[in-house]
Ligand binder design. Structure first.
Ligand code: FMN
Length: 187
């Protein structure tokens, strides 16, 4: 499957949160992960619409999107918010419609819920199929129990999307699943 990762840390490749995606890539290598550091690149995305359009085109071809972000001051960082604004301002929301989505954060667990609720709301506005969120503490990846929990979440997410994509292609009603059932499967 094609998974697009929207990186929401101004640190780009050095982001702690991104290391969770890297771990997911290692654990589930049979998928293509297209990673975009949209928060880090925000000035370029504002200036050059072609760079933004390339990301949007990749999303249009994806099976699912991972909103991957750290908590900064009880929310996502301003650069990530600006990226979301650009999607609406430049009328690029269509690419997101009907895509499966999860949110993934790292933090010190202070007001994570506000950021996940915000991203959930954005997914609803974009008519995405939001499957739930994973809120990691920034050092969880070095704890075996937390790593296992994360792998379970990521595995359920990938398995679930894969099943829907296969069903959708076979035309047997993959679209019709209720949001409540989706959340139960994923979380
Ligand atoms: C300026 C600043 C503000 C932060 N605000 C919060 C916060 O409101 N809630 C929280 O739980 N963690 C907060 N953190 C901790 C970060 O979310 C955490 O270090 C995260 O793992 C950084 O991820 P990144 O390396 O992907 O940017 C803050 C850290 C910094 C430096």
């Amino acid at each position: 499957m094609q998974i697009t990762v929207l990186g929401g840390s101004p640190k780009g490749d050095d982001s702690v949160t991104l290391q969770y995606v890297r771990y997911m890539q290692k654990t589930f290598p049979d998928h293509d992960y297209n990673i975009f550091h949209v928060a880090r690149q925000i000035r370029k995305l504002e200036r050059d619409d072609k760079v933004l359009q390339d990301i949007v085109d990749k999303i249009a071809l994806s099976d699912a999107v991972i909103w991957c972000f750290p908590l900064y001051y009880c929310l996502v960082c301003s650069q990530y918010k600006r990226f979301i604004e650009l999607i609406f301002e430049r009328k690029k929301g269509e690419a997101f419609r009907n895509k499966y989505a999860v949110s993934l954060s790292t933090s010190v667990h202070f007001f994570d819920h506000t950021a996940h609720n915000y991203i959930h709301g954005i997914c609803d506005d974009l008519e995405m199929k939001y499957l739930g969120g994973y809120s990691a503490e920034m050092y969880d990846l070095v704890r075996s129990r937390e790593r296992a929990r994360f792998v379970q979440f990521a595995g359920n997410f990938l398995k679930f999307v894969e099943r829907q994509v296969v069903r959708g292609k076979a035309g047997s009603g993959g679209e019709a699943i209720s949001a409540r059932r989706v959340q139960r499967i994923c979380l």
